[in-house]
Design a protein around this ligand. Structure first.
Ligand code: GLC
Length: 456
């Protein structure tokens, strides 16, 4: 264990000294991968929360913070707990945990806090946040930390907030009694620019758009970011939500974008398993969680599984149609233990190991592209259209382990660490040549590098 070097580095870069850019650059040139990962988390630490990226993402993002807390827990447990507390400070009165908590950090980020107009909702919290949520990874992270470090008091402290959020997902976001949660905006999927959302966008024609100026192409090349037509729809949807003052029933009835997302629901199912384990630890009843688990287990396949192709497709709840786009989300149910062993085999052998779709071969040299290469929308450098993301690789390799595919999980782990070693802690990577894309010094890439190093 490299405790000494971690502690020394911690002291060296804590407080103001990390603001000293030269010192940070020195660390990034000479230190071990673990120490460099810690340095990135320290660099992005505002004291209250950790930014996902130093320039591109200057506020607190929901599932980023969950993973950041996981990484922090290996070397600074109090700071990991503070990360989770500051995220929960943005929870809405109805239980919704927003995708972004702005806190009071001034920035040039768009959409800025005022753009959301959340003050018109009776459920809005005292702090500034967005009006939408993100994949619910937090309960899983709390359980992972608790299993390693035994933090029963902290679990007791955060459990009610986690339960409240999951209950909101299973009520306010359940459009058809299936137990499957709906998302109302691509940003809620966490895979914002995924080509599977283009199908829903075909029916959405913004009539009038509020005035806005994009900020996301200020620090990152436009060729690695969403196209204008998609971005206009992102904004148009927010404008609709504002007009409905974020009243859940109205959003379910009127949002032109209403999807049941495999990734979101697989993560929610897994998070419910983990929440259940936390409830048992606390001696709380698990009846309500058991009901959610049962409902989703009995509806998941009917909604998402395509028996002919041996993969899962997302679902357009508005039109009642499956979304026929093959993306890496199809592997996420493995993370939740939802597929049978036979389904798992079809997913892995038919798709993940298929070089025409996801496996290295031809121009693709690295695991796991976020979109299958067979899709006409495949683009190896554009946001969620093809590049490799550390988070997706981690979720997939955790799923592979659950089904006993340990060798394949080890291979993907090694490839992921190789990408980080060669290109640094980037937001995503070009699967052809391992070059970095998007934000630099990206927090969850660092946090997951720590997780992969410490818990191989
Ligand atoms: C991008 C990603 C989203 C992430 C955010 C902050 O918007 O698509 O999943 O949470 O960046 O890193």
């Amino acid at each position: 264990m490299e405790t000494r070097s971690v502690l020394q580095l911690d002291q060296a870069i804590s407080g103001d000294s990390i603001a000293d850019n030269d010192r940070f650059m020195d660390i990034m040139k000479t230190a071990s991968l673990l120490d460099r990962a810690i340095a990135v988390l320290r660099l992005n630490d505002t004291g209250v929360f950790t930014k996902p990226g130093p320039h591109q993402y200057p506020h607190q993002w929901n599932w980023d913070s969950a993973l950041i807390a996981l990484g922090l827990s290996y070397f600074d447990l109090p700071r990991a707990q503070a990360e989770i507390r500051s995220l929960l400070s943005g929870q809405w009165r109805d239980g919704m945990l927003p995708s972004v908590v702005y806190h009071s950090i001034p920035s040039d980020y768009f959409p800025h806090p005022q753009f959301w107009q959340i003050e018109n909702s009776p459920n809005a919290p005292a702090v500034q946040t967005t009006g939408i949520t993100q994949p619910p990874l937090l309960a899983t992270v709390v359980r992972l930390i608790h299993e390693r470090l035994a933090i029963p008091e902290f679990v007791a402290e955060v459990y009610p907030a986690l339960l409240h959020w999951h209950r909101w997902l299973h009520t306010d976001r359940d459009a058809d009694g299936s137990g499957l949660a709906c998302i109302i905006h691509p940003w809620e999927s966490g895979t914002d620019d995924s080509p599977r959302w283009l199908h829903l966008f075909e029916a959405i024609h913004p009539e009038a758009l509020p005035e806005f100026q994009r900020g996301d192409t200020r620090y990152v090349a436009a060729t690695e970011r969403p196209n204008r037509t998609e971005y206009e729809r992102f904004i148009y949807l927010i404008d609709i939500f504002r007009q409905h003052n974020y009243v859940s029933s109205e959003l379910l009835a009127h949002s032109p974008f209403l999807a049941q997302d495999i990734l979101f629901n697989a993560i929610l199912f897994r998070a419910n398993e983990d929440l259940r384990a936390l409830a048992l630890n606390l001696g709380e009843s698990t009846d309500e969680i058991d009901l959610w688990l049962r409902r989703v287990r009995s509806n998941f396949d009917a909604r998402f599984w395509n028996e002919n192709l041996g993969l899962y497709y997302d679902y357009d709840r508005r039109t009642g149609r499956s979304i026929p786009v093959n993306t890496a989300s199809t592997f996420l149910p493995l993370f939740a233990g939802l597929p049978s062993q036979e389904q798992a085999q079809r997913l892995i052998e038919g798709h993940l190991l298929n070089p025409a779709e996801y496996a290295p071969g031809g121009e693709v040299r690295h695991w796991v592209t976020t979109t299958a290469q067979t899709e006409p929308t495949w683009e190896p450098r554009r946001y969620w259209r093809g590049p490799v993301w550390v988070i997706m690789n981690w979720l997939i390799l955790e799923g592979l382990r659950r089904y006993g595919y340990n060798d394949l999980a080890a291979l993907i782990r090694e490839d992921t660490m190789g990408l980080i070693e060669s290109a640094g802690f980037r937001e995503y990577y070009d699967p052809r040549d391992a070059s970095g894309c998007g934000s630099t010094d990206f927090s969850w890439s660092a946090a997951l590098a720590i997780e992969l190093l410490r818990h191989p």
